[in-house]
Design a protein around this ligand. Structure first.
Ligand code: SF4
Length: 701
């Protein structure tokens, strides 16, 4: 939809805030970008990355033509080859011998087609995504507690709260516009308090009334203690617990008594700060707990999520204005991917792979010859299977696993040996290309058309305002063409993203009747023109009623068998041990002005000038002990790999901890591929890697 002949309403392709953007084509052919004042996520605001979007649109480094074995090829030849190699692998080795590894960067319509092809027509659930690295622990925690992967609240709740607790979330740098909204709300409500729970003193602490710099991965202990404190302080909502939940006794038993001294010892926090935090929560009805990668990227991530949710269920602070647990996702469409089942353990329409009734619904709706009946390989295991030869054909879409997965060198070695690798990509700088037998040029932001869903369940349009350059094609088209060539022409004959969106909406409506959280049935019959003009909306929007209220669970209505929430006992487990040889805890994460592996944000001087090269934050005491001065080169080493970076000596990190950003990879002049150092250890519930805590050694070089 255009607001005038030159301006297009679209959505930012970076973080999960999902800001609306106005992109205007100027007479000289350039594009200017401003925030959309009418978009309910940002009301016109943009952060540094969003406002620099126009500077990333050049065709430098773009892939423009299909390639086979490094040589330019025609689309028909390339697609025929992909279809033939996937079909042959399935015929000779079975459906689980092939896999897709996709991305929270692709649009919901792309995700929908990828998931449909793999689960309903190839017959395997071997489709996983880099969202596994982002929010899989939240998905698993939601499903354990609510029976569905539901974010109960909205962004407005952060503004309406009197207490906002940010756990493992550097909101100021990773979700900047949401941080701006919180900052403004705090300025307008002087009674509002903000608590930041994070081992690092991040930029977010600028608005914190209390910063709890706990030891890495001790969050479960802190929140179990809070649950016990709330019980002992008579701050529970017994009515909510009785009417809408089950398992409280088991959870409180697992939490144990509230021994502040013991909690202090385990978390490294002072008794005074722990007591202050607990009292703030106990006396503040309107409390929101926001959590992000510091919670999710942990080998105990799912328990962290459930320990947080337990405190909200126990107080009944959920699904009402200014209250609730709130997971904020890293990527622009991690939520859309979840809706279409684009993870190895999910089905389309937020349905559950293990549920035979759900499998029957999806197979019936798709009229597909098969339906995957067991979980597929989650990201880390998927690349182990590539490495040991179980995967014969792999399709990577819009992500660089040899940079971003833990044990990245191991992933690169696995890809090198994989018999057949297809890469759908935008940038020639992407490391995946080095392993590709077939390269398919994909549409970039501004060229794509479809929808994305942000962290508050709001579906927005990403609209095309640029012509497709060269022979570039959208991901949904590439997938559909391969599906047709594999013999499934009827199921993959889409004319465009509107047709896919209608099918997705119709599946959410199909045999639902209020039994599932995700329902956008109201949109199942919309015309292409209405799809083009679709304004941002939050789900659910079922067909039979006007839009429902935008929060879930204020009056129960969970999606478990008995429609009650489940308290999950989260007995504290001691975090990963640091061996004598690897005494530091490595933490990795984003910086304010870069995105993923910098193939886009690295194109603009405005963003690269924020922080010009990779670094390792080290505490002054550690630096002094190791003879390291500021800006010295240091080597950060684990059993999996090492990187060389400059020391940034700062008390923002605790003693024994080191922080290295994730963005600098080998296509850049200064490389520090930190995921080569990160251990491939995962949470047993979610399969999400513990990227915030790898035991490492630090030495001066
Ligand atoms: Fe884009 Fe996120 Fe910045 Fe909004 S906050 S402009 S979605 S990067």
């Amino acid at each position: 939809m255009t607001t005038d002949s030159k301006t297009t309403r679209t959505t930012c392709p970076y973080c999960g805030v999902g800001c609306g953007v106005l992109a205007t084509r100027q007479d000289d052919g350039t594009v200017s970008v401003t925030g959309d004042p009418d978009h309910p996520a940002n009301f016109g605001r943009l952060c540094s990355k969003g406002s620099a979007l126009a500077e990333t649109l050049s065709l430098d480094d773009r892939l423009l033509y299909p390639e086979i074995a490094g040589e330019r090829a025609g689309w028909d030849t390339a697609l025929d080859l992909v279809a033939e190699r996937f079909s042959t692998a399935v015929r000779d080795h079975g459906p689980d011998s092939v896999a897709f590894y996709v991305s929270g960067q692709i649009l919901t319509e792309d995700y929908y087609v990828a998931n449909k092809l793999m689960k309903g027509f190839i017959g395997s659930a071997n489709i996983d995504t880099n969202s596994r690295l982002c929010m899989a622990s939240s998905v698993a925690g939601h499903r354990r507690a609510f029976g569905s992967d539901t974010v109960p609240g909205t962004y407005v709740d952060l503004e309406q709260a009197d207490l906002v607790v940010l756990v493992g979330s550097n909101l100021a740098w990773c979700h900047p516009v949401l941080f701006q909204r919180l900052e403004a709300a705090k300025a307008a409500n002087p009674a509002m308090r903000v608590v930041v729970i994070d081992p690092r003193r991040t930029a977010t602490c600028a608005i914190a009334d209390l910063h709890l710099a706990l030891k890495p991965d001790t969050d479960v202990f802190l929140f179990n203690g809070l649950l016990a404190f709330l019980s002992e302080a008579d701050a529970l909502n017994h009515n909510y617990i009785k009417r809408f939940t089950e398992g409280f006794e088991e959870a409180i038993q697992a939490a144990g008594p509230c021994e502040i001294g013991l909690i202090s010892e385990k978390t490294g926090l002072s008794r005074q700060d722990i007591a202050l935090f607990y009292k703030m929560v106990a006396r503040t009805e309107k409390t929101v707990t926001v959590y992000s990668q510091g919670v999710n990227q942990s080998v105990v991530g799912t328990d962290k999520v459930n320990a947080i949710i337990n405190t909200h269920l126990a107080t009944g602070r959920i699904g009402r204005a200014g209250m609730g647990p709130f997971s904020v996702t890293g990527q622009p469409n991690a939520m859309g991917g979840r809706e279409v089942g684009g993870l190895a353990n999910m089905l389309a329409g937020h349905m559950v792979l293990e549920n035979p009734n759900h499998r029957q619904i999806v197979q019936g709706f798709w009229n597909s010859p098969v339906i995957a009946d067991k979980q597929g390989l989650k990201a880390v295991d998927l690349f182990k299977a590539v490495g040991d030869g179980r995967i014969k054909a792999l399709w990577i879409m819009a992500t660089s696993p040899a940079d971003s997965l833990p044990d990245a060198d191991g992933v690169a070695a696995a890809l090198k040996d994989c018999p057949f690798v297809v890469v759908s990509e935008v940038s020639r700088a992407a490391s995946s290309l080095a392993f590709a037998d077939v390269v398919l040029p994909a549409a970039a932001w501004g060229e794509k058309d479809g929808t994305v869903t942000n962290s508050e369940r709001r579906i927005s349009r990403q609209r095309q305002f640029l012509d497709l350059p060269g022979e570039v094609k959208p991901d949904w088209w590439q997938l559909s063409e391969v599906g047709r060539r594999m013999g499934f022409a009827d199921a993959f004959s889409y004319r465009g993203p509107a047709a896919i969106f209608r099918e997705h909406a119709a599946l959410s409506d199909y045999q639902n009747g209020g039994t599932r959280d995700f329902d956008i049935g109201a949109h199942k019959d919309i015309s292409d023109t209405v799809f083009d003009g679709l304004t941002p909306f939050q789900w659910p929007q079922p067909a039979e009623t006007a839009p429902k209220e935008t929060r879930f669970f204020g009056q129960g209505g969970f999606f478990t068998g008995g429609r009650k929430a489940v308290f999950v006992p989260t007995a504290f487990k001691v975090p990963r041990k640091r061996a004598r040889r690897y005494p530091f805890a490595l933490n990795t994460g984003r910086i304010r002005d870069q995105w993923h592996t910098m193939t886009r944000t690295g194109k603009t001087a405005r963003l690269t000038s924020h922080i010009a090269e990779p670094f390792a934050e080290l505490h002054p005491q550690d630096a002094a002990r190791l003879g390291i001065a500021p800006a010295d080169l240091v080597e950060v080493t684990s059993p999996h790999g090492s990187v060389l970076v400059r020391a940034l000596v700062t008390d923002r990190v605790g003693e024994g901890e080191v922080f290295v950003p994730m963005h600098w990879t080998d296509h850049l002049a200064s490389s520090a591929r930190i995921d080569a150092v990160v251990a491939p250890e995962t949470d047993p519930q979610s399969g999400q890697p513990g990227s915030k805590f790898t035991p490492v050694q630090v030495a001066k070089r």
